[in-house]
Design a protein around this ligand. Structure first.
Ligand SMILES: [Zn+2]
Ligand SMILES: [Zn+2]
Length: 409
């Protein structure tokens, strides 16, 4: 469409010339699209330019070298002023007259008048012919000077643009290199085998070993928390007995939790994939231990927190024990709690009282232990022996903590 006005010239070009003209037209269209507010009007604008230039030449018949005319005259922008959107005094983006060209014409007229006044002042009494000659010479000099300035400014602008382009390209390249390096480092990290079991592609520690490790830490933590109120802290054997009891209780809770998992899982699928079964078991154990720590923490606070002050102490004792059992803060809290507590840990004498609401599970359970089907009411209260096993995310407390809760009452 853009080349349609010069169809007559186009037809008589050689194949190679047609390719060249087509490429030049394509480049110019791309450049125009970048300048225009509505890039889709670029072909129309280029067609208009070709029509104008042909009219200027006097029609296709007067074009002597078809290829040269198209490449050097028909298709190229003729910037009449310094505005790069100016084409023969018409603004490419708006289609209106170029304001800058108006200014340039105004400036040229003003300059001509100024130079004429200078000539009259410096060389009075010249003949009309001489005066015009000198005036034209000076105007030409002035124009050459301006053209030189303009060329220099364009050169500078082009150099500046090239510098910006190069900087952008370098930044892009650097960002890409960094991205690739980060991806490679991450891939290498992911590829590391587990340090504990040697499982491949485990990023240094596989999920199974991570869960096992965390479970072990949590069990130790729960034992220490229980010891803060139920053991004689001056007696290592007493502390060891409590931590061992907590470990056993959590171990039993884990067994129960695993049984619950098996009830809701496709056991055949687990048996077929021992690795997945190990993972699932480790996760169930981790969740159970996590919940036990929370329960021991809450319970220890209740036991120690008879007064605000004591509760604050208990918190201080609990916090360091999470990371550094036996740290100085823990020891201080242990010493002061020792002063308060003289009785040995209470052991349950009878089964715990249910904390179910009257209309909750226990009233239902008085008839049948489990509701048929998948819908089973849950009381959601701790210490309820009648409640059916809940999902892993909302597990009941272990036997040990149930006993202690009962002992508190
Ligand atoms: Zn202009
Ligand atoms: Zn591992």
């Amino acid at each position: 469409m853009a080349l349609a006005p010069a169809a007559g010239l186009w037809e008589r070009l050689s194949r190679w010339q047609q390719d060249q003209v087509q490429a030049a037209a394509k480049t110019e269209l791309g450049r125009l699209a970048g300048l225009l507010q509505q890039p889709e009007t670029a072909p129309r604008l280029l067609a208009g330019r070709l029509t104008d230039r042909l009219a200027e030449t006097g029609g296709e018949a007067l074009v002597s070298t078809r290829y040269g005319w198209l490449i050097r005259r028909g298709l190229v922008q003729r910037q009449a002023c310094s505005d790069r959107r100016c084409d023969d005094g018409i603004r490419l983006d708006t289609g209106g007259e170029c304001e800058n060209c108006h200014n340039v014409i105004h400036l040229r007229r003003a300059r001509r008048a100024k130079i004429a006044a200078e000539v009259d002042r410096e060389l009075p009494g010249l003949s009309d012919h001489e005066r015009r000659r000198i005036l034209e010479d000076r105007l030409r000099e002035q124009a050459a000077l301006e053209a030189e300035n303009l060329a220099r400014r364009r050169e500078q602008a082009a150099a500046e643009q090239a510098r910006r382009d190069a900087a952008r390209a370098a930044a892009q390249e650097r960002a890409e290199r960094e991205r690739a390096a980060a991806a490679a480092a991450e891939a290498a990290r992911q590829a590391l085998p587990c340090q504990v079991c040697g499982r491949d592609q485990a990023a240094g520690l596989c999920e199974l070993c991570d869960h096992r490790r965390q479970t072990e830490t949590l069990i130790s933590e729960a034992g220490l928390i229980a010891a803060t109120w139920s053991a004689d802290l001056t007696d290592p054997a007493s502390v060891a007995a409590v931590t061992a009891a907590v470990r056993t209780a959590i171990g039993q809770s884990i067994v129960t939790a695993w049984q619950e998992v098996l009830q809701i899982t496709d056991v055949a699928a687990l048996e077929a994939d021992p690795e997945a079964a190990e993972d699932a078991y480790a996760f169930a154990a981790f969740q159970t231990a996590q919940q036990s720590v929370q329960e021991h923490h809450d319970h220890a606070l209740t036991m120690l927190g008879r007064t605000e002050e004591a509760e604050a102490e208990a918190r201080r004792a609990y916090k360091p024990s999470r990371t550094a059992p036996g740290s100085s803060t823990t020891r201080t809290a242990q010493t002061s709690s020792r002063r308060r507590r003289r009785r040995p840990p209470t052991r349950p004498g009878s089964a715990p009282r249910s904390t179910c609401s009257r209309r909750g599970w226990s009233s239902y359970a008085s008839g049948r232990r489990h509701a048929p089907g998948g819908l089973r009411p849950r009381c959601g209260r701790t210490g309820c022996r009648n409640s059916p096993p809940g999902p892993l995310t909302a597990r009941q407390p272990g036997r040990w903590s149930r006993e202690h809760k009962a002992a508190r009452r």
